[in-house]
Design a protein around this ligand. Structure first.
Ligand code: ATP
Length: 308
């Protein structure tokens, strides 16, 4: 299937001479939730801003739903909704007129029934006549989403959608994003909350210092890079890892009470049975055992540090 957004060889050097993006290639699939992760200053907002036509690229091309973002700007931009990081709207306007106005900006004919639907979906219907300045922070954020959806885009960019949003509201927004996807909208989100990507994304891209360092299905990424640990709580503390167990490169906790075996998901798992046998042959008894798997956060930290 043709990608809904296709970025080819995209570079950006700001007037200051700083190169924020370096030869980015990225295809977004129709109907997916794609999470773009990266540390501060990695280039996420620059990339989104170029795709949305707010910032000009220095080099490369972007196609949005088959339209070149530069040569065919209006058609391309009409396919895209952007929820920016900052809440930026006329605070004196009512919710209804602000959202309605956004739709008009894209040259779309008025459609009160559609605007009503998005306001209801975002739990803003009761507030339609309120001035935006009178709303809570979470509601203001939802108004920004309603505005971004007002012209029925096929692609929605959410730049840090839940920054500073409390846990309850964050869960509500995740649910809403999933519903949008079910309605056929492709979602691209940037986030600092790795648990957000872990929870929602179908695919994850990691950007670091202006370069895409990884693009992978989330589940495959967790499988491939997710280290697992087996922790054995010992009956009697050890002063050192016995030489007989050297093959397993075990770690001993500082108090000598826990032996920790770190393994990846591919091959070393099958060696656990052998390890347990060897422990018993060497008279090392354990009273409990647990396994844990690294989170996307662990994976991300090691990727950005460059040791994954
Ligand atoms: N107008 C500009 N002029 C010069 N440099 C800029 C400009 N805008 C951004 N930069 C630089 O480009 C780099 C990438 O910035 P960008 O905002 O894209 O990063 P980000 O990944 O979105 O970061 P954050 O997570 O902090 O929002 C940063 O080093 C930033 O200082």
């Amino acid at each position: 299937m043709q990608p809904v957004v296709s970025v080819k060889n995209l570079s950006k050097t700001y007037a200051s001479g700083f190169q924020a993006l370096k030869h980015i290639d990225l295809d977004i699939r129709q109907g997916e939730i794609f999470a773009l992760l990266g540390p501060n200053g990695a280039g996420k907002t620059t990339l989104i801003s170029i795709i949305c036509g707010i910032v000009n690229a220095s080099e490369g091309t972007v196609m949005a739903d088959g339209h070149d973002i530069r040569d065919d700007y209006r058609a391309a931009r009409g396919k895209i909704g952007l929820v920016p990081q900052e809440i930026s709207t006329d605070m004196f306007e009512s919710v209804w007129s602000s959202v309605n106005f956004s739709r008009g900006l894209f040259g779309k004919p008025a459609n009160p029934a559609y605007i009503e639907k998005i306001l209801r979906d975002l739990s803003l219907w009761e507030k339609r006549d309120s001035r935006i300045m009178a709303l809570s922070g979470g509601m203001k954020r939802r108004v920004m989403i309603a505005k971004a959806l007002s012209h029925e885009p096929r692609i929605l960019f959410l730049d840090e959608p839940t920054a500073g949003v409390d846990v309850d509201l964050r869960r509500g927004m995740w649910e809403m994003v999933r519903q949008l996807r079910e309605n056929g909208v492709t979602i691209i989100l940037t986030t600092h909350y790795i648990e957000e990507a872990e929870e929602m994304a179908d695919r994850i891209g990691v950007i670091n210092r202006g370069e895409i360092v990884l693009i992978e299905e989330k589940t495959a990424l967790m499988e491939k890079l997710g280290k697992k640990q087996l922790t054995l709580e010992l009956q009697h503390p050890l002063s050192a890892v016995p030489a007989a167990l050297a093959h397993y490169r075990l770690d001993l906790s500082p108090d000598g009470c826990k032996l920790i075996y770190t393994f990846d998901n591919e091959g070393q798992r099958s060696e656990i049975a052998g390890l347990l046998r060897l422990l018993s042959e060497n008279g090392i008894e354990f009273k409990d055992l647990q396994t844990s798997q690294s989170s996307l956060e662990d994976i991300f930290v090691s990727l950005v540090r460059g040791d994954a």
